[in-house]
Each structure stands twice: as C-alpha cells, then as structure tokens.
Design a protein around this ligand. Sequence first.
Ligand SMILES: Cc1cc2ncn([C@H]3O[C@H](COP(=O)(O)O)[C@@H](O)[C@H]3O)c2cc1C
Ligand SMILES: O=C(O)c1cccnc1
Length: 604
Amino acid sequence: MSALGPDDREALYRVLAARRDVRTGFTDEPVDDAALRRVLAAAHTAPSVGFSQPWDFLVLRDAGLRAELADLAAAQRTAFAASLPAARARAFAGLKVEAIREAPLGVVVTCDPTRGGRHVLGRATQPRMAAHSVAGAVQNLWLAARAEGLGVGWVSFFREREMAALLGERVGLPQHLEIVAYLCVGHVTAFADAPELESAGWARRRPLEWAVHEGTWGTHVGGDALDDALAACASLDVAAGEAAARERLTRMTVPPGALGQVAEVGVQLSGLAGDCPPPVPEPAVVAVFAGDHGVHAQGVTPWPQEVTHQMVANFLAGGAAVNAFATQVGAEVVVVDVGVAASLDPAPGLLPRKIRPGTADMTMGPAMTLAEARAAVVAGVEVARDLVAAGNRLLVTGDMGIANTTASAALVSAFTGTSPEVVTGRGTGIDDATLARKAAVIRTALSRHGLLPSPPREGNPDATRALESSPHAAADDPLGALAAVGGLEIAGIAGLLLGGAALRTPVVVDGVVAGAAALVAAALAPNASQAWIAGHRSVEPAHTLALAHLGLEPLLDLGMRVGEGTGALLAAPLVAAAARALAEVATFDSAGVADKNTTPEAGS
Ligand SMILES: Cc1cc2ncn([C@H]3O[C@H](COP(=O)(O)O)[C@@H](O)[C@H]3O)c2cc1C
Ligand SMILES: O=C(O)c1cccnc1
C-alpha cells in the first residue's frame, strides 16, 4: 500500500472538521450513482469485530415509504417534546431533527447480530461489538459523503422495532436485523461551520481536556477538575460586562434605580457574560445533591435516615416540592447521588456519583477523609460542566440528606466564627430538647476537630452571642473543615458552585445547606461568588449568617425551610427577568421618551 504523506493527513483532518450532521438545506439534486457507490464502498471498508462485517445498506428512494417513516419520527418527536421542561421545549420547537422527506435518499444501516455464526472472534465475549462495528461503518460513510459534497443526517427519532416492522412489511427487512442508523443523504445548500445543535444553543462542545484522562481517571493535563475550576475562578473578570450593564441601565426607560435588586442581578449576569445584554439564563436545571450523615446517630433529627433515599425516589418520580417548583419555572431536575447510604437503581435523571455511602459520625472522628471530600467537590464541578455542556444557562443548587442541617450549621459556625448555640436551627422542625442536643453535638464535633470558635471575651459572658474571633482554622483549610464536619452533598454543591463560576455560568444558591457549601467554596476561590445569586433566605439562623459572611443579598424571603432547591428555583424567573429587562427595555433615545435631564424645568 502506498505511503500516506502530509497532504493526505491534512486532507483527512479537513474532512473530519468539515463533517456535519445535516438536517436542513437538502436539495432535490439527484445523487450520482457512482458517488453513492464510492460512499457505500467506504462504509464497507470499516473495521468490524472478528471481521464479521455485520452491516447491510438498504437504500430507500421511494417518497411514499420515506413519508411513512417520517410520520413515525414525527410521533417520537412529539413524545420527546412532551417530556421536556418548558424552557427546553421552547428551544426544541425551533429545531429540525430530521429531513426524511426532503433528502432524496434514505440509507438504512443494519446490523446482523448472527452473521458468521457462533464463533465470531471478539463478539462471543462482547455481543455489543457487532452494533459498534456498524457505527464505524456509518462514520466511514459520513466522511466519504462529506468528501463527495453530500450531506448526511443520522435520525434517531425512531422506535427501532417499530421501524423494523414497517420496513419488514413494505420492503422485506428480515426481522432478526437491528437497525443501527437511518441516514438522510443528499446534496445540501451548505455545510455549516458548527454543529446545528451548537449554533442553536441546544448544547456546547466539551473541551478535549475534559475528555482525556492521564493515567488515572479524572487526572487531566494541569490537574483535576477542581484545580481547573479554581484556576478559572481566580481569573474571573467581570468588570467589562458589569460596566456595560451599568451604562445601559442609565439609558433604559425606567426611573434611575427603580429596578432595585433586579438591576443588580442584571449587572451580575452581564459581568459573567462579558457583555450586555446578557443571554436570558434559560434553560435552568436544579442539581439535587443527596447524601447521608453519620451524625444522624446522635439524635439530631426525628426523621429516619432512610428518608434520604426515599425522597430521592420521590424526586425521580416527580413527586417532591422541588419537582412542582421546577415544573412551574420550566426547569429540569437532576439528582446526584454523592453519598446516599443505600444503593440506588439507575433511573432517568439520576447521576450516580457516590463517593461513599454516607459520612461517618463527626462527633467520633472526621465525617470523611480529605480525599473523599475533595472527590465529592470534584464530582460537583464535573456535574456543573456536564450540565452547562448540555446547554443549561442557569444552575440551581439543591440538597437532600437527613441530618444535613447539623453538618451545615457546624460549617457555618466554623467559617463565620459564630457559636454553635447561635447557628443551630430547627431543621425539619425539631423540639426544644432536640435543638439543645443538636447544638451540643455540633459543639462537641467542632471542638474535637479544632474548629470551635474561641469563647467570648471577658466581660461578654453571653455565650449565645456571635463571637468576634476570626475563624482561621476553617478559612485556612476549607477542605479540611468540610471533611471534618461537612457532608458529601455539601461538598458536591460546593463543586457545582465552583464549576458554574469557572464556566461563567450563574448559579442560584438555595438555603442553609447550599449556604454552608458556599462558605467552603468561597474560602477555596473568593472570586467565585461573583457567579452566585442567593435565591432566598431560609429561616435557619445559620443561613442568614452564611449569607452575611458571603455578602450575598437573597432575592426572596418567604419563611421557607425545605431545602431541595425549592427556594432557589422560585428565584429563577427573577434572574431571567433581570436579563430580559436589559435586552428588551427600550432606551430613552430609541423609544423617543424624554430623559429627566432633557425635560424642560417645570414652569419654564
Ligand atoms: C420529608 C422530607 C423532605 C425533605 N426535603 C428536604 N428536606 C430537608 O431536610 C433535611 C435536613 O433536615 P434535618 O437536618 O432536620 O434532618 C434534608 O434532607 C433537607 O434536604 C426534607 C426533609 C424531610 C423529612
Ligand atoms: O434552609 C434549608 O435549606 C433547609 C432547612 C431545613 C431543612 N433542610 C433544608
């Protein structure tokens, strides 16, 4: 075989970069038979498991049959649209997902899982390799088509058996075959520079660095996801976007200052976007981090620990308060298992990222190791990355973990230097005796780990007053404090807060559990709080202390104490409105409204 030279290499990379999944712009121009033959021959040269060549190509030209297939796809499109949260559904309505009628050719690529009999090398161990081999043939076809100037769109809006049955009836497709791909093939008006779904804002490309692991999982060139997020947060510069927003606010047709805190959110969003107006922060997703707590054994809550995992099931079934509020505001709900003390079955919307099944009892020893705390933070950063790459423009924190207001109060005490008796709240609603025990448990744990704020100064014997000592131990070693008295879900939320900030994506912070996580995250990366918006003020005393320490002003104060992300979700529409106002409120100039400065003085 002749050697390949630099020109060949460049040509290959050019074709790879120029390949697009095309769904728009197919023309009627007939496809040249010889070109189609070359494209199919390219597909046929693909590698396959045990050289089994499990593919076949069914070329469909009949417009009537293609119309029937298009109807099947349309039904699946409707079903998918109905499953989407409102903001996603609006975006989806504008997307074209198939061109079955428009493209002059349909190529159905099948897989025969029985080809070659019993002893196909490799497939005997891994049956899925047959279909994977067919996917390689599809990729060859796609690249060759691009080189021939033909567009290809791979349509997945089919129930595979439904399509196979139709093709069986109409054109004799053997029913033991699997359908790997339906490809729309034809000439197109243009090949776009970027994927259609990227241009439409549906999803973003993950940087290559996220996908390449060096030696051990999670190690990338330059460190892990947390190292990367901290570096990005350190250089987070919001000045230009904020200045542009402040300037625009002076010209908008509202009295100066009249938008109050909503204007401040708009300024913050512009800072993050680096531009004004900022994009409307939709779609939103609430990530409910779930984990259990060893300190539950100390009787700090009347609820059994199993409620954590029962509530996770409730979130996944759509029956919790967070689901109702998410539906109302058009957001998606995902649940991240970073530490539930039960093994959870896979379910749509569940992200399995368990670091350990619940923490240890913080009064007996550290709740977790430093490595576990860090791993849970990394998991949170990675969840933020995945959710932003999936096209979300607003992240919302959520939590579930029976006894987590104990861990949260302990962290707030350590980071703000406030005594346990002041920070401790009633959580899910505990009686006076349990409240006193909870504060004592927190005091014991903090003391054990060298995190107890110093006692009040002489002459100030009131132990319940906020203490004035500076909380160096926690601030100097935030991950150490998190490991000692924190929780896995708190660590995960801290990661989400950092990951969002690193990607210049706003994060709406929920109640006391998120507040505790934000203290950890802010100690790791002070700049990151520029990306955070306090959704609400929880009635838990520790939350108010945390917000004050962070300098965050909550948008809502509704007397809520649920957690789960409920308070933050209710604030999401306010955040979106702040961005929309900057984009849509006319300026005095453009609307022809007289500015205060140019209005003639009364009586003149
Ligand atoms: C049914 C139920 C639903 C909840 N949803 C959120 N939490 C909230 O309450 C728990 C913390 O409170 P504590 O520290 O007092 O145990 C967390 O799971 C938190 O998410 C709930 C708690 C319960 C019982
Ligand atoms: O404010 C919260 O987030 C909260 C309050 C009580 C219980 N769980 C969470």
